[in-house]
Design a protein around this ligand. Structure first.
Ligand SMILES: Cc1cc2nc3c(=O)[nH]c(=O)nc-3n(C[C@H](O)[C@H](O)[C@H](O)COP(=O)(O)O)c2cc1C
Length: 155
């Protein structure tokens, strides 16, 4: 059987969501996980081919104006119709960086992803307020959980 595929799509303007994304990728690429290929794309570059390639995906964005970032919205706008009806309940998870809230970024992504009929398999990692690098371990765990779940055939 071929390798499973895990896609991570993220956007960051001032860098803190990038730190979270790097930790998610680190966890996903954990050397104890076999048979899972990990692809990390910027939300500005990711395509419907990336989303259709994956067996599970993780999206990461800052919250801007009570919503996901414009770049993440642009990604979902570009891929939605090409992927609609083709995602077969694939697993996903979210991570969000916010100045003080984050709930709008999470709910806006969930609302669009509902239309793709995909399945959220982990609670989002939300780092709000002062950036706490100690919480990057949760991002690493998120990446590892999705990758290990694919390896185990759970997702
Ligand atoms: C234009 C703009 C709008 C923002 N709106 C929100 C917001 O609605 N809620 C919030 O909690 N933080 C808000 N923030 C704060 C960002 O979420 C925060 O600065 C975050 O760290 C940015 O992530 P980044 O470093 O990956 O770019 C906003 C920041 C910018 C630049």
């Amino acid at each position: 059987m071929g390798n499973k595929h895990l896609l991570i799509v993220s956007h960051s303007q001032s860098g803190s969501t990038s730190l979270m994304a790097d930790a998610v990728v680190r966890g996903a690429a954990n050397e104890d996980v076999d048979g899972v290929d990990v692809r990390h794309r910027s939300a500005l570059d990711a395509t419907s081919e990336d989303l259709l390639w994956c067996d599970a995906f993780i999206l990461g964005t800052p919250e801007n104006f009570g919503y996901m970032s414009g770049a993440m919205k642009h990604f979902l706008d570009r891929v939605f119709y090409e992927c609609e009806g083709k995602m077969d309940g694939r697993a996903f998870a979210l991570f969000v960086r916010a100045g003080n809230d984050g709930s709008g970024a999470i709910s806006s992504m969930r609302r669009i992803l509902k239309g793709l009929a995909v399945k959220e398999v982990q609670d989002p990692v939300l780092i709000a307020g002062k950036f706490d690098a100690a919480r990057l371990g949760e991002c690493e765990a998120l990446g590892l959980t999705l990758a290990a779940g694919l390896e185990a055939g759970i997702f």
